[in-house]
Design a protein around this ligand. Structure first.
Ligand code: PMP
Length: 426
């Protein structure tokens, strides 16, 4: 199993057999609230019949179409619909099958873009400490989660990292965006001073790091990052695999924070988690930069057998219909304050050292125990699962990101189960 202590899991398996709306059903028949929208992806809730029938219809109409040199109309319909909801100017779409593939695709597009623009020395990729960009060699390399890199001993050359913004000394228990840390964006200047702007292709960050436990950006941080990248001709990539499709109460984090990157990577919520799919959104400038050479020359030597798979497109179109009909891409905004206040009500419970939130993303962090980082978080995750709440743990941070169909009573239940678990496990 991926990212799992397999031998431990074998002793105490946790298995779901079905899901509907806000709830999973465990194999022993218990209802478990989905506190993390699966893995930050089931934004419209589970078991949506509209998606199921679109998938079924598609499978019996056109099950596959070659993605190279051939196509099918659904791919273009889906791209058009995505372009409609994209942040202004980011309306050129390339399809992938996952977040990891979206990241590797965006990084390669950045390299190709500079090369086409006559700046082939711009090959350096800048990530950020505590970033998670999937598990491909590109994503792992720009990623900043130590454990995800150390085991493999090597990664892409020519990669550097700016500092993360998690600063409990200054920002613990900050509500929404923390006040301190915008100056950390100036690390881009240090990278430029160290390596030279003419060697740097792109900076990639998650607007809100999710897998490293929900770290809302300090006020003005992303704005500063944008300014510096523009100043130095560096492409800015937002990894919106988690924050895309309504998680913050706006269609994308770029809308929410009012900062437009040059490219955006997405996956997960693009099909409500039902069929593997991802997409890179690029600016016209990036797109047009690649449309060079004779018409019969390929513009991008990159792609997947399953890019714009018809079944994924059908699932994605049905998902976008639901998002639109139910106003889900902005619904989170109505619940963000309630969610924030509910999470912060856990302040003062034993071992709770920080609580963070933005939109419908939040985390409660507990102090590490002597027997290792993540041990207390694991015990809390198991206790909550046994008492009817699933959430994604990240070390000793317990991350909450309910489906966007959430109601106040679900938030109350999530926080009450978690609060009881924290008292019990203490
Ligand atoms: N980027 C971010 C920000 C993610 O959160 C994830 C997955 N959690 C990925 C990339 C990788 O996505 P996938 O697992 O679909 O490859």
């Amino acid at each position: 199993m991926p990212f799992t202590a397999n031998r431990q899991f074998k002793k105490t398996p946790r298995l779901f057999s079905s899901a509907k709306g806000m709830y999973y059903t465990s194999v022993d028949g218990r209802q478990v609230i989905d506190g993390s929208a699966g893995l930050w992806c089931v934004n419209a809730g589970h078991g949506r019949p509209e998606i199921a029938s679109a998938v079924e219809r598609q499978l019996s109409t056109l099950d596959f179409a070659p993605s190279f040199n051939m196509g099918h109309p659904l791919a273009f319909d889906f791209a058009e619909r995505l372009a409609e909801i994209a942040p202004k100017g980011l309306d050129r779409i390339f399809f992938t099958n996952s977040g990891s593939e979206s990241v590797d695709t965006a990084l390669k597009i950045a390299l190709a873009y500079h090369r086409a623009a006559g700046q082939p020395t711009r090959t350096r990729l800048i990530g950020r400490e505590r970033g998670y960009h999937g598990v491909g060699f590109g994503g792992m390399s720009v990623g900043g989660m130590v454990a995800n890199r150390r085991q493999f001993a090597t990664h892409l050359p020519g990669v550097d990292h700016i500092r993360h913004t998690h600063d409990m000394a200054r920002n613990a228990f900050a509500k929404d965006q923390p006040d301190h840390g915008a100056e950390l964006a100036d690390d881009v200047e240090r990278m430029v001073a160290l390596h030279g702007a003419d060697t740097i292709a792109a900076v990639i960050v998650e607007p809100v790091p999710g897998s490293t436990a929900v770290l809302p950006p300090p006020k003005n941080y992303l704005q500063r990052l944008r300014e510096l990248c523009t100043k130095h001709g560096i492409l800015l990539i937002f990894d919106e695999v988690i924050t895309g499709f309504g998680r913050l109460g706006a269609p994308f984090a770029a809308n929410f924070f009012g900062v437009t990157p040059d490219m955006m990577t997405t996956a997960k919520g693009i099909t409500n988690g039902t069929v593997p799919c991802g997409a890179v959104f690029a600016s016209r400038q990036v797109h047009d930069g690649l449309m060079v050479g004779p018409d019969n020359a390929m513009e991008l030597f990159h792609g997947y057998t399953y890019s714009a798979h018809p079944v994924a497109c059908a699932a994605g179109l049905a998902t976008l219909d639901i998002y639109k009909d139910e106003g889900l891409l902005t619904r989170g905004a109505q619940f963000a304050d309630y969610f924030r206040d509910a999470l912060h009500s856990l302040k003062g419970l034993p071992n709770v050292v920080d609580i963070r939130n933005v939109g419908l993303m939040g985390a409660v962090e507990v102090a590490p125990r002597k027997d290792g980082v993540g041990a207390r978080g694991y015990d809390l995750m198991v206790d909550c699962f046994n008492n009817g709440l699933y959430f994604r743990m990240s070390g000793d941070s317990l991350a909450m990101s309910p489906p966007l169909i959430v109601e106040k009573k679900h938030i109350d239940d999530m926080v009450s189960i978690l609060g009881d678990a924290i008292k019990r496990v203490a």
